[in-house]
Ligand binder design. Structure first.
Ligand code: SF4
Ligand code: SF4
Length: 354
C-alpha cells in the first residue's frame, strides 16, 4: 500500500488516457446530492479535458427535482482526440466514482459498475482504512479527503475541493488545466471569490490521501445493482408500487457540515422559524393553559428532515437558533421528532413582550 498526498505535481503535461473501455472511453461518475455543485464540477472537468487537454469528451447530469438534497449523478466521458464519443447513456461502468458525501455509501448502488483498477474518491472525515473496512473493499485506488471542512474553512463549496481531489487522483488529468478552467469560470461569474476557490482547489488536491492497491480480481469489486422494476416485470398500467412519502424521507444526508442548534432558554416562541423552514423540520408543542386557551411552543428540531440550510437561524429574532459545525452523533442525540399531539407543559405561559 502506498499513501501519498499528491498523485502528481502541478504542471505535469497530459500523457493521454491511461485506461479506456472497449469503445475507447474513459468514464467518470460523480455521485452527489443537490446543493453540492456536482453538475458544475463535472462540467468544468470535461471542459478542462476537451478545451485545455485536446481530448474528446461529453458531460451531462441526471437529477429529479432541482432541490437541495435530491440525488444527482453527473457523468463525464473522455476519449482520445481521434475517437468519437458516440453515446449519451448514463455511465454504468466508470473508471472513477467520486462520492461527494460519505453517507451516500450506505447505498451499494453508489459504487455500481466501478471497474477493476478504478478509482474511488470519497468526501469523508474517515481514513481510507476505515472506508475500506466499511465497504469490504481492499482493492484498487481509494482517495479520501475532508472536502466539507475545506469548503467551510474557505467559505466555498464542496465541489471545488472535490475537483482538486479528482485532478490529484486521476493520473492523466492536467492539474493546471482544471485549475485554469476553474479560474476562468469564476472570473466570468463571481470574480470576488476566485482566490478562495483556487485555495479550495489546491487544498483539495494537497489534502487528498491516496491509497493505491492492486486491481480487484475480475468479478470482485464491481457491485451490480439491477433496477427493481423493468419493462419485463413492471406492474401493468405503470402503477407506482413504491411511492415516495414523507414518513421515510430523510434529508440529513444533504447537510453540508453545519446544523441548526436550538437554545430553549432564549426562545420567545414567535414561530418565525417555522415560516422560514422549507421542510417543516421544527417540532412544536400545543399547550393548553390554565385560562382555557392554547398556545404553541417551539420544542426542537427533527433532524431527519433538516437539510441544514440555515434559514431558521437567519430568521430567529432572539438568538435561540445558532448554526454549528455538525459532529458525528449530534443529530441522533438531539433530534426532537415531529409530533403535534397536544400536551401540558408545566409552568407554560404566554410570552409577554418586554
Ligand atoms: S424564531 Fe427563534 S424565538 Fe421564534 S420560535 Fe423560532 S427559535 Fe423561538
Ligand atoms: S436549517 Fe432550519 S430552516 Fe433549514 S431545514 Fe433545517 S430546520 Fe429547516
Amino acid at each position: 500500500m502506498s499513501m501519498e498526498p499528491h498523485a502528481h505535481a502541478q504542471g505535469q503535461p497530459s500523457t493521454g488516457l491511461t485506461q479506456t473501455d472497449e469503445d475507447g472511453l474513459y468514464e467518470i461518475r460523480l455521485e452527489s446530492l443537490g446543493g453540492f455543485g456536482a453538475h458544475l464540477a463535472g462540467k468544468m472537468l470535461a471542459e478542462a479535458a476537451v478545451l485545455r487537454m485536446g481530448l474528446n469528451g461529453a458531460h451531462f447530469s441526471s437529477y429529479g427535482s432541482e432541490k437541495k438534497g435530491s440525488p444527482i449523478k453527473s457523468f463525464v466521458r473522455l476519449a482520445a482526440a481521434s475517437d468519437e464519443v458516440r453515446t449519451s447513456a448514463p455511465v454504468e461502468r466508470p473508471f472513477v466514482v467520486a462520492v461527494f458525501l460519505d453517507n451516500l455509501l450506505n447505498d451499494p448502488a453508489i459504487l455500481s459498475g466501478l471497474r477493476s483498477g478504478g478509482i474511488l474518491i470519497v468526501n469523508t472525515t474517515k481514513t481510507p482504512e476505515e472506508i475500506r473496512a466499511a465497504l469490504d473493499y481492499p482493492y484498487d485506488t481509494l482517495a479520501c479527503l475532508d472536502a466539507t471542512t475545506i469548503a467551510l474553512e474557505e467559505k466555498t463549496r464542496v465541489n471545488t475541493a472535490m475537483q482538486g481531489a479528482l485532478a490529484a487522483a486521476i493520473p492523466f488529468l492536467d492539474v493546471d488545466a482544471v485549475r485554469d478552467v476553474l479560474a476562468t469560470t469564476f472570473a466570468r461569474k463571481h470574480a470576488s471569490i476566485i482566490e478562495s476557490n483556487l485555495r479550495t482547489f489546491d487544498r483539495g488536491a494537497a489534502e487528498t490521501r491516496i491509497d493505491r492497491r492492486e486491481p480487484a480480481p475480475e468479478g470482485r469489486g464491481v457491485v451490480s445493482v439491477e433496477p427493481k422494476w423493468g419493462y419485463l416485470n413492471g406492474p401493468i398500467g405503470g402503477v407506482v408500487a413504491d411511492p415516495a412519502n414523507t414518513v421515510v424521507k430523510n434529508l440529513s444526508g444533504s447537510r453540508t457540515g453545519r446544523i441548526p442548534v436550538f437554545h430553549e432558554d432564549k426562545c420567545i416562541h414567535c414561530g418565525l422559524c417555522d415560516i422560514a423552514c422549507p421542510d417543516n423540520s421544527l417540532s412544536w408543542d400545543i399547550v393548553h393553559l390554565d385560562d382555557d386557551t392554547w398556545l404553541t411552543r417551539m420544542r426542537g428540531i427533527d433532524y431527519q428532515y433538516c437539510k441544514g440550510c440555515g434559514a431558521c437561524v437567519d430568521t430567529c429574532p432572539a438568538g435561540a437558533l445558532t448554526s454549528e459545525r455538525e459532529t458525528p452523533g449530534f443529530a441522533d442525540a438531539h433530534t426532537v421528532p415531529l409530533d403535534w399531539s397536544p400536551r401540558v407543559v408545566a409552568g407554560a405561559r404566554r410570552h409577554e413582550p418586554s
